[in-house]
Design a protein around this ligand. Structure first.
Ligand code: ASP
Length: 322
């Protein structure tokens, strides 16, 4: 029987009512006792790593989670990480970069309702996560509702609905049906397993609205941010007439800051080459997020900055790995 490590970190799935609303309180072993059908599928061991609402998850917690996987790598066949849904897409993305080339399954899951609630989706999600972790498909996946999503492609779209996540700009890795996991494509050729679990959180996200002051870019540079993600309009454009962002963008790039432009739209990716609002930013040296989600871009920048020395090296790492 496969041996799986459950790394619990909190979230709604593990929450109970307190006088100030839901807070994580239930440990991993208690959650598993509520899903008797798991006996016979795999042997489970527990690591109570964190007990946090995922709004309180910080980048150093991604490192702790990834390190827990690396520490258990030789002893377990797969890993399940129970986590709050609010920042689950960030953690799943971060783990993809940190555990590049991992040869074992890592399933990140949680729930919209506590596991002790009669209506909970947590039992189904945990059950499916353990099924995935006991299988042979390597990689980091977010397992939620009826879907398995590549860890770096997930986005939370719903605050209430059970099917809370979507896979952005790429089909779901697998759908979960009566016949089990229906994988959309054969397993990709993996690079060598190369865990690099450090992060540097000096990444600033600058969401544009009509009228935003371009000075915010200068403030971010002065505050010591090493990378700035500009959430622009439509295909990823930034203002270049009234309140032009371009002079501040040029100053940021000259200061060695990595700038990535990303669309505010959820689907179809960033395309800086269509309008002059994108082309001029790109000509100055801004990078395009292409098909990546904001969660993937932010975590990849933090990871690239944390695992290199200079901004130039971080930029190269950001562009090099998938
Ligand atoms: N606030 C919760 C969290 O992210 C929401 C959830 O888990 O669904 O921890």
């Amino acid at each position: 029987m496969k041996k799986i490590l459950l790394i619990s970190t909190g979230g709604t799935i593990a929450s109970e009512q307190s006088k100030n609303g839901l807070v994580p309180a239930v440990d991993g072993a208690s959650m598993i006792r509520l899903i008797p059908k798991l006996e016979g599928i795999c042997e489970i061991e527990y690591r109570e790593l964190l007990s946090l609402d995922s709004s309180n998850i910080q980048p150093h917690h991604w490192t702790e989670i990834a390190d827990a996987v690396v520490e258990g790598y030789e002893n377990y066949d797969g890993f399940v990480i129970s986590h709050g849904t609010d920042t689950m897409a960030y953690t799943a993305s971060a783990l993809c970069w940190m555990l590049e080339g991992i040869r074992k399954p890592v399933a990140v899951t949680g729930a919209q309702l506590p596991i002790e609630d009669p209506m909970t989706d947590g039992k189904r999600n945990l059950f499916n996560a353990f099924k995935l972790a006991s299988g042979s498909r390597a990689g980091v996946y977010l397992v939620f509702g009826g879907s398995v999503i590549d860890g770096s492609c997930a986005k939370k779209l719903h605050t209430q609905q059970f099917e809370a996540f979507v896979s952005v700009n790429t089909p779901c890795a697998a759908l979960i049906t009566r016949d089990g996991f229906q994988w959309a494509a054969p397993e990709k050729k993996l690079p060598a397993f190369n865990p690099r679990t450090a992060t540097d959180e000096r990444v600033f996200v600058y969401k544009l609205v009509p009228g935003t002051s371009e000075q915010v870019l200068d403030f971010a540079v002065q505050a010591g941010y090493r990378a700035i993600v500009i959430e622009g309009f439509g295909a990823g454009g930034v203002p270049n007439r009234e309140s032009s962002l371009l002079p501040a963008l040029e100053r940021a790039l000259k200061a060695g800051v990595i700038v990535v432009c990303i669309t505010q739209c959820i689907y179809d990716g960033t395309h800086l080459d269509i309008y002059d609002t994108g082309v001029l930013a790109q000509k100055l040296g801004a990078l395009s997020a292409d098909k990546m989600t904001l969660e993937a871009v932010v975590t990849k920048l933090m990871w690239a900055l944390g695992n290199t020395v200079t901004n130039e090296e971080a930029k190269e790492l950001f562009l090099k790995t998938n």
